[in-house]
Ligand binder design. Sequence first.
Ligand code: RP5
Length: 150
Amino acid sequence: MGSKSDWTTMRHCSDTLKNFKIKHDVKVISAHRTPQRLHRYLKEAEKKNVEIIIAGAGGAAHLAGVAASITTLPVLGIPIESKLKGLDSLLSTVQMPSGIPVGTLAIGKAGAINSALLAISILSTRYSDILKKIKNYRSKFEKKIPNKPY
Ligand code: RP5
């Protein structure tokens, strides 16, 4: 994530990954403030066989796009809520010109949770234990939605 201040949102991503027992790193790395850290991290990640990068950033949110330009690993972007309610973050993350893709999720908490679930779905195409877990989660999902609003 681009800043320590993003953790209040990004912890929902981390918690979701933890619930599925998916090993993951949590780092503060900014495209603007720590560009060398970003380069180093992604080069190391490729060597360590990391499979997916999830990048949350707000405002002029270039983290996911710059990360995607450095690595060929799939990059999921989460626009963090900002002074402009996250619209700036959303557009900065989602509007990638053709050639370097970023899979962009919703603004804020929903995007953070869904980024983890999408990463889990991607991993489930490769790992049967993860496939079982996501199938099990989905099978219970509908029951959690109440029939009535009161
Ligand atoms: C972005 O600037 C970060 O991702 C964060 O959402 C935003 C504000 O950062 P702080 O000023 O709170 O460190 O780079």
